[in-house]
Ligand binder design. Structure first.
Ligand code: SKM
Length: 278
């Protein structure tokens, strides 16, 4: 038998994460011995940097990084891909280099999920996005990569929306970006609706977009995946929009991270099948 590939996830609120299952199943399908641990700095009584260094010293092969550390981790890393450096957040780290190298599979995973579900040549059109936090950054850069013509961004924290708009416009993309002062204004003239707020997650009931604003749009994506069928996606389904669920992003970011960690491309349909068995 080969050596164990030790992986983990650092985050503050990860008890319900499905990543350990995804990576351990992917390992099994590839004939690799993979372990994947949840590592929670406050539970260890440490700050993020101390926990990160501990993982490195313990010989972890790599890590996923989630809320609230995706931006903070960047200063500890090299980020070789300029497209990912521009995002300003990382969710995937490998320790084989010094400094460790960072990637963002929320970005690549969103692009992959969009193409797989809506077709390789489908463009997003004009998009209303609510929520400009960690995952919002990756999704917004993903929309630019997919050829989105116009992003209309709303966050109730206007400074966050403006910061993201600036970062997007500093990139090479030709996407037009507007920060709006309401959700309603963001959705005016949009083809696609994107929720990148935590609204709809277990414990955060509601929808970032009221139902009357869904009518006449083409498609919708929700970054929330617990539950998969959120109030937002239920409303969009009723209004006749094509749906991309947060589960698709979770799945694709995991497959992309597994490839970065191990060099193996897992059979996606077999992994989906295995994951759907309780
Ligand atoms: O970016 C991902 C991360 O890699 C894993 C994760 C999870 O397990 O809940 C969520 C996202 O932040």
């Amino acid at each position: 038998s080969g050596t164990t590939i030790r992986l983990g996830l650092i985050g503050d609120n990860i008890a319900a994460s499905q990543s350990p299952r995804l990576h351990e199943l992917a390992g099994r399908l590839c004939g690799l011995e993979v372990t994947y641990e949840r590592v929670v700095p406050p539970q260890r009584g440490e700050d993020f940097e101390t926990t990160f260094q501990w993982c490195r010293d313990q010989g972890f092969t790599g890590l996923n990084i989630t809320y609230p550390y995706k931006e903070r981790v960047v200063s500890l890393l090299q980020v070789p891909d300029p497209a990912i450096a521009a995002v300003g957040a990382c969710n995937t780290v490998v320790f084989s280099t010094t400094p460790p190298s960072g990637s963002n599979t929320d970005f690549t995973g969103f692009v992959g999920a969009f193409r797989q579900n809506f077709g390789n040549n489908t463009k997003p059109g004009a998009v209303a996005m609510v929520g400009a936090g960690g995952v919002g950054k990756a999704v917004a850069f993903g929309l630019a990569q997919l050829g989105c013509s116009h992003l209309r961004l709303f966050d109730r924290d206007t400074a966050k929306a403006e910061g993201l708009a600036k970062a997007l416009m500093a990139g090479t993309s030709t996407m037009r970006v507007d920060v709006t002062s309401s959700v309603e204004e963001a959705t005016t003239g949009a083809d696609g609706l994107v929720n990148c707020t935590p609204l709809g997650m277990e414990g955060y009931p509601g929808s970032s977009v009221p139902e009357p604003l869904m009518a006449g749009k083409q498609w919708a994506f929700d970054a929330v995946y617990t539950p998969v069928n959120t109030q937002f996606l239920q409303g969009c389904t009723k209004a006749g929009l094509a749906i991309l669920s947060g589960y698709e992003l979770f799945f694709h970011q995991g497959v992309d991270a597994f490839r970065i960690f191990t060099g193996h491309s897992v059979d996606q349909s077999r992994l989906r099948q295995e994951l759907s068995n309780p």
